[in-house]
Design a protein. Sequence first.
Length: 319
Amino acid sequence: MKIVVLDSFALNPGDLSWEWLKSLGECEIYERTPADKILERCQGADIILTNKTPLTKETLTKLDCLKYIALLSTGYNIVDWEYAKEIGVPVSNIPAYSTNAVAQLTFSLILEITNAVGLHSESVKNGEWTSCPDFCYWKTPLTELCGKTLGIVGFGQIGQAVADIADAFKMNIVAVSGHETDQSHRKNFKWVDMETLAKTSDIISFHCPLTEKTTGLVNEEFLSKCKDGAIIINTSRGPVVDDKALADALNSGKLRGAGLDVLTVEPPKSDNPLLSAKNCFITPHIAWAGFETRERLMNILEENVKAYLNGKPQNVVNK
């Protein structure tokens, strides 16, 4: 049996082990696979593991030996899973492995904007505190979260984990979701529509899947309805945000700031307007990248592959 990993590096830059996979058969592990090498490397593979390397219908039609695809991610749009189903190839993803990690980064971005830790730490290191006539100073307005309203778009496991943290900060929470569930255990919580969420939220955090409805959701019209001085956080999918519209709202002062872990194109092109926008904090898609989170992903991946080999594939997205 031949197993091919097309893009191993992001998941495992060397601090995790592939020994479990190597024990299952002939194993070829590539750190990255350029587009012109995908078909060549996949030839003869019974099992393919991929993270962001696409497996299109055109490629899949030429892989006569392929029996199973294991994703190294939750999202599965990188694979033509519908065609894979047609040819009898199950595709498994990694669900719910990063819930707490994404919630953690969400609040890291919120707190960076509201408390400006990086700005003030750099200021101290540059000597501004040692030369200050007072015992303290601040270089930008600081904000207490207690009593502020957090709008959450998408209220699945991650959205609810973010709400749990917001509860601890004694924030008010409003949310929009395609599936409204009983949240009666939460104080200061309301289900609302998108317009109400935009108009009433001090901070808006996106945790929705990427669909036709959510693509470009954060556009000029939506941002015009937001409160002046609102903060936008996106740790969901990059295309949820219209890059130019958000950059314009930041540069005009309509928004106080934005915290983004994802962008429309990754890595971003050098002319992406968000790279130079005012008060825009961008991290390179790292919410999932903590060691413990990647270790959990690897463990679920191992379970997925072994479940398939035992004739009981799990976490299949194209049943």
